[in-house]
Design a protein around this ligand. Structure first.
Ligand SMILES: NC(=O)c1ccc[n+]([C@@H]2O[C@H](COP(=O)([O-])OP(=O)(O)OC[C@H]3O[C@@H](n4cnc5c(N)ncnc54)[C@H](O)[C@@H]3O)[C@@H](O)[C@H]2O)c1
Length: 424
């Protein structure tokens, strides 16, 4: 439906009537995001985004909604669009719109609708953007170049988006500064590792309602996300196999106590497969060929390209949905292979995403990155910027405070000892 706000701005959403139930979800996460609450109080007083327009393209569930509210509390006019059509929660989007944020998204949008929504969110003519995976930035540079001069900067949420931004920067094509929020330590150490680790298994378990203990889990990619997914699989009692292409990461996985082997060797052994590489076709035809009957495939990487769905469909005599978010592919030889959430991020498309306490840190970094862009004295070049260490430290200190933890401080003597080379 189309919904007009008081200022006559249009939103395209499923149903505004769902707002009360969405607001309950936002209230729940707000109560578990103390760092963001601290920043909200600060922004309410200082109004760093006064008069600015911000377009946010993230997974539209409750934690993201609360980030949008915090940015709005800092004086911005905010529009949201989805970074993935299967992770949008229509009730949360309705609550945002009822609260004065504009939105263009609904659950299950087709590819065409998804792109229309991105364009509508850009018609808003943002000064700042927050992106997840790079689709908004890429659409701006490819299809909406007339808007580029107005954009003052943005922040990117995930590994895949930053890879795309760095490629654009290298080719001299990036038109405005982007903060690499994913690369902040308070992001990837917690969000990618512990957030993905927990929420991927939450998504798989609630979708399949099957036991993990005693099963063989194959994790493809042992980066920050893969480490979390493997750690939690081990904790659930699974036998865990890691597939990697990077010899350092493969050694790390081995020393962490996991089996390491190529995908082709792991394919016949796995009961569950989880891809987290940010790469394409890491599980494909030759692997489906040798998988066990009943193998379950899930992806947690940003795009739905890690499991080669085209080859899987071509090898199947039929495909049907056997349970919400589970597609059964019946192969010619009678084996069945199950794909969760159409190969999209399983923790978001078949779950609620990362826990609120983890997203508290990630979204505090997003809010501070936007604050940095809005208050920086000298305008930044159109490049990819690391989050300043002080910002990382500030989020870490705020988090410790909210946990009621205190730590030691370096003495002056210790500082000068660490800074000198003449001692023995
Ligand atoms: N599901 C989520 O909530 C969530 C959260 C954060 C990041 N992500 C996404 O997850 C993906 C991984 O992110 P990350 O931070 O772990 O990245 P990373 O760069 O730390 O790790 C990726 C790993 O995959 C390995 N790899 C690449 N191609 C491979 C192949 N063909 N076979 C086996 N291994 C391969 C790389 O060597 C690397 O070690 C990205 O797409 C990222 O955007 C998802």
């Amino acid at each position: 439906m189309t919904w007009l706000s008081q200022d006559n701005m249009e939103s395209t959403i499923r149903d505004i009537g769902l707002a009360p139930q969405g607001q309950l979800k936002i209230d729940w996460v707000q109560a578990h995001m103390p760092v963001l609450n601290t920043l909200r109080e600060e922004f309410e007083k200082t109004q760093p985004f006064q008069g600015k327009k911000v377009t946010i393209c993230l997974h539209l569930e409750a934690k993201t909604a609360y980030l949008a509210k915090v940015v709005q509390a800092g004086g911005a006019e905010v529009t949201v669009a989805a970074s993935n059509p299967l992770s949008t929660q229509d009730d949360v989007v309705a609550a945002l719109v009822a609260g004065g944020v504009h939105a263009h998204a609904w659950y299950g949008a087709t590819d065409e609708e998804y792109h229309q929504h991105l364009h509508k969110a850009l018609d808003f003519e943002p000064d700042y953007i927050i992106d997840d995976g790079g689709d908004l930035v890429s659409t701006l540079h490819k299809e909406r170049r007339e808007l580029l001069p107005k954009v003052l900067g943005g922040a990117e949420e995930t590994t895949t988006g930053i890879l795309r931004l760095r490629a654009m920067e290298k080719n001299g094509e990036l038109a405005f500064p982007m903060m690499a929020v994913n690369d902040a330590e308070m992001k990837y150490l917690f969000d990618n590792r512990y957030g993905t680790g927990q929420s991927v298994w939450d998504g798989i378990m609630r979708t399949t309602n099957l036991v993990v203990a005693g099963k063989t889990v194959c994790v493809v990619g042992y980066g920050w996300c893969g480490k979390g997914v493997a750690l939690r699989a081990k904790g659930l009692g699974a036998r865990v196999i890691i597939c990697e292409v990077n010899p350092i990461k493969a050694n790390e996985a081995w020393m962490d106590g996991f089996e390491v082997m190529p995908m082709l060797a792991a394919a016949p052994l796995g009961d569950f497969f989880v891809t987290v590489t940010g790469n394409k076709n890491v599980i494909s035809g030759e692997h489906f060929q040798v998988m066990k009957d009943g193998a379950i495939l899930a992806n947690a990487g940003h795009f739905d390209v890690e499991v080669n769905k085209v080859q899987l469909a071509a090898m199947a005599q039929s495909c049907r949905e056997v349970r919400r978010n589970i597609e059964e592919y019946l192969l010619q030889d009678g084996r069945k292979i199950y794909l969760l959430a159409e190969g999209r991020l399983v923790n978001l498309a078949a779950g609620d995403g990362h826990p609120a306490e983890v997203m508290d840190m990630t979204f505090a970094l997003q809010a501070l990155a936007l604050h940095y862009l809005a208050t920086v004295k000298t305008p930044l070049e159109p490049k990819v910027y690391s989050v300043p260490t002080e910002m990382d430290m500030r989020v870490a200190e705020l988090k410790l405070k909210t946990l009621g933890l205190s730590i030691d401080q370096l003495s002056e003597e210790q500082k000068s000892y660490l800074a000198s080379w003449q001692h023995s």
